[in-house]
Design a protein around this ligand. Structure first.
Ligand SMILES: CC1(C)CO[C@@H](CC(=O)O)CN1
Length: 422
């Protein structure tokens, strides 16, 4: 018999529009690869074939609303929606429950998306930006730093991340000061100097990071007595000053200020040699996806997040499979409609119980639908990032390689309030 088609909708930000994330360039091919792989598997959804209608959201919420309308009011009925960047995920995941739709986001990092009241049916294979906070606190404790300063740009994702970081620090008796800025960090940097800030966690996009680094150089806020934490998903050479940004720092000055800074980022590609459920290891997936592009993958939007997009389709397919096996005999998956509570509730439970080895690592969701992922810590040494270790939030274990370096080879700098032993 002909296989029955199950339809899904997907939005992909192919251009960054107003400075958003243009991750669709790599994530759309990754999703299409996953749909092909799942449809070729006889042991998953036998008798069914998955089909996706996709739109280019340009990371624009307004455009995404129009596309949601298109998904909903143009047949055929969709059983689930895939979304990319946070602003689009926010509007679609807030509306979706009205049509009893589950939303799976492969690119939403905003901590605000963990709100189960606003987004009751949202799950994301992309970790929340908050996932890095327990790691940052663990490192502060490891080096016995009792005080640090958050320097942040006032975008929502950084404001929410900073709030979570402060709350965690307070719980651990670590003092936190916070300096925020929008666009130009100059005044905030002057305040850091006045407050004798030594351990600084930076929360901003890469363009602001370069301005901060150049200001740090000119204010002398670097070297033996300072430790900077930057976000780890900037490009490896992010601190080279692009001429068009007119930073009044040379490459050497930027490199000097950047030396020995730490970064934290969520692990998005499994390093396991054990193959994932798709029979590929993370590396094999990456090699296969690279063949789709004629240019350097470092310049392909969303390439680091592609494993998350690939695994989102597997999570969706396994949840459909689970739903098929748990429906009452008189109801079939293809009977899904936007007011069918039994299928919607069964599907929600199946997604909630997701647990499989993906190319991005173990895929599991917390009660708020967040991706549970490990964090990677690196340090800039001699202009190159070196992996310092991994932190597993679930177990609280820090796998540390003892390769960190400090200026003049001595131990970590004091945070200027460490109670000196008399
Ligand atoms: C790590 C990054 C770049 C964080 O922003 C995500 C996009 C978003 O949250 O809108 C994509 N991944």
């Amino acid at each position: 018999a002909e296989p029955v088609t199950l339809h899904i909708g997907g939005t992909f930000p192919m251009e960054s529009g107003s400075g958003g994330w243009a991750g669709g360039e790599a994530c759309l091919p990754a999703v299409q690869m996953a749909l092909e792989d799942v449809n070729n598997r006889l042991d998953i959804l036998p008798g069914y074939v998955l089909n996706m209608t996709n739109h280019n959201s340009q990371c624009q919420p307004g455009l995404a609303m129009q596309q949601l309308y298109d998904f909903l009011y143009k047949p055929p009925t969709k059983l689930m929606l895939l979304t990319g960047c946070s602003p689009v995920t926010t509007v679609i995941a807030e509306a979706a429950p009205v049509w009893k739709l589950v939303v799976l986001s492969y690119g939403g990092s905003s901590p605000a998306l963990s709100n189960r009241n606003r987004f009751p049916t949202l799950f994301r294979t992309h970790p929340s930006a908050n996932m890095q906070n327990p790691t940052r606190i663990h490192i502060m404790e490891k080096f016995k730093w009792k005080r640090f300063t958050i320097l942040m740009s006032v975008e929502e994702v950084f404001v929410t991340t900073a709030k979570d970081l402060e709350a965690l620090a307070r719980k651990k008796g670590i003092r936190v000061d916070r300096q925020s800025f929008y666009g130009d960090p100059k005044d905030a940097m002057k305040t850091l100097q006045r407050q004798d800030a030594r351990i600084i966690v930076g929360l901003f996009y890469v363009t602001e990071a370069r301005k901060v680094l150049c200001q740090a150089y000119h204010h002398g806020l670097y070297g033996r007595r300072y430790v900077w934490f930057f976000i780890g998903w900037y490009a490896d050479t992010w601190y080279y000053p692009p001429p068009e940004e007119h930073l009044n720092c040379t490459a050497e000055q930027m490199a000097a200020a950047a030396e020995y800074h730490f970064t934290t980022e969520s692990v998005m590609l499994s390093r396991d040699n054990l193959p994932a459920i798709s029979d590929m290891t993370g590396m094999q997936f990456q090699e296969r996806l690279t063949r789709h592009f004629q240019k350097e993958t470092a310049n392909v939007g969303g390439f680091p997040e592609a494993p998350l997009a690939y695994d989102a389709v597997w999570a969706l397919a396994l949840a459909f499979n689970c739903t098929r096996n748990n429906l009452p005999s008189h109801i079939r998956l293809e009977n899904f409609s936007y007011d069918n509570k039994i299928i919607a509730d069964t599907l929600f439970q199946c997604v909630k119980n997701t647990s499989f080895r993906g190319v991005s690592g173990k895929v599991m969701f917390s009660d708020s639908g967040d991706r549970i992922a490990r964090t990677q810590i690196e340090q800039m040494q001699g202009g190159k990032y070196k992996i310092m270790g991994y932190y597993d939030t679930t177990s609280g274990d820090l796998e540390w390689y003892n390769k960190e370096q400090w200026l003049n080879g001595r131990g970590p700098p004091p945070d200027s309030t460490v109670i000196k032993k008399h």
